[in-house]
Design a protein around this ligand. Sequence first.
Ligand code: GRF
Length: 204
Amino acid sequence: MNIAVLASGGGSNFQALLNAIREGVLPARICAVVSNNSAAGALDIARSQNIPGHHLSQKQFPSVDAYSEHLISVLGDHRADFIALAGYMKKIPGTIIARYRNRITNIHPALLPSFGGPGMYGMRVHEAVIASGVKLSGATVHLVDEEYDRGPIVLQKAVEVTPDDDPESLARKVLKIEHEIYPQALKAFAEDRVLLKGTKVWIR
Ligand code: GRF
């Protein structure tokens, strides 16, 4: 499986995927990294590992269509057959979602369908979790469809929210879980163990 990673930030989830590949846990390769942010740590990691990195932002193109077309050609050039969003902050154009239907995953730092959707990203998620008083949070890997954070859930793992947690400490706990379950979920795709049953997804 040739995975293209799309990342906007530090890239610790990308790094976790690389570690799993290196350890022989994840039978896949990262064929390219695409970031909308030229200063993304994920692009630095790509450079250090000799993985092709691309800075691609919609702002560089006259229209969404022109941008989508270019992104599709970049993915094709690297023979990407799977897209892993890893802290990617931009919306994926509809043509790409259609082209890679059920082959795009995202990792979200909460237990969806709670604490997701437009505006629910980064520290805002953990602030909302703490403010709500829920006792469990966690991470969710889901398929990407046309709606933010709404695609079928592939894998989740919970962490406890404790009385001494603040958004920062919760974010650290959740990120640790993200680094566990993202490689696990992608391993299931790579080994063809992901079962689509209607709108639900199960790992065999
Ligand atoms: C993670 O919490 C991820 O769930 C969220 O953005 C953060 C990215 O972290 N979507 P990193 O760039 O992978 O370190």
